[in-house]
Design a protein around this ligand. Sequence first.
Ligand code: ADP
Ligand code: MG
Length: 282
Amino acid sequence: MSFIEFHDLTHCYNQGQENEYMAICGVNLSIEQGSFTVILGRNGSGKSTLAKHINGLLLPTSGVCLVDGRDTQDMDDLWAIRRQVGMVFQNPDNQLIAAVVEDDVAFGPENLGIAPQEIRSRVDEALKAVGMEKYKSFAPHLLSGGQKQRIAIAGALAMRTRCLVLDEPTAMLDPQGREEVLNTVRRLHDEQGITIVYITHFMEEAVAADRIVVMDQGRIQAEGTPREIFCEVEAMKAGGLDVPLAAELAWRLRREGMKLPGQIMTDEELVQALEAYGCPLS
Ligand code: ADP
Ligand code: MG
């Protein structure tokens, strides 16, 4: 069943003004409930604009965005939609507002008017789900970037969100923070069935998805499984995008005449293929 549907979605910034700009030009896309979708694309291709439609931060210029069957343009449904879709943005320092971690996670449910006891149990549960229960009474500024992003995710979970939309959540993090955030997201998808829409420019992160959508100039340029997308090395390069290092290396070696399988995407697969080819690697 699809959880998010875009029908002929367009989004024009500054419509009718001299500087009007069509950032989304007729997108049709359906995202299944419980799926993990990665959106890739060059800077300015419309990824963030598309993402902001999912919880009604932006509304369509034309076309429709449905979330769990509700139209984001229907003002009566907007709060129900926002409760179901948690957003996590790039900058970990812009998202936490309270002086103590647990107050930050409690902020959303408090605004829903939920009873204090229920809030406490939701906060504990959410912090546990992101592996941050030990930091409950910490001040957010003492946390690393990866930990701050996990607290932002916990804030969404405390609202009982069914979908997380993460817009380059690891762009400002070090490799350890990136791994923490990706592992947390993957676990929430695997264990709680939360629908994930994850925008990234790290190809190694995109490998974790069920499906990749590639955007270019406000349109969907390609979609498929990570394997389908990353095996088209030339098409990705022509579109100004990278592929995971292992896929790139395999492609170069194939070009040099090595007969390697065409489906290599991870380091492990590359190592196995090279060993099978007869290259001693250890
Ligand atoms: P991405 O996230 O893929 O980098 P965006 O969705 O942020 O792309 O932007 C798509 C295009 O829309 C870009 O050309 C950008 O300059 C333009 N754009 C984004 N936000 C605004 C805005 N608030 N006003 C005008 N143009 C905008
Ligand atoms: Mg963006």
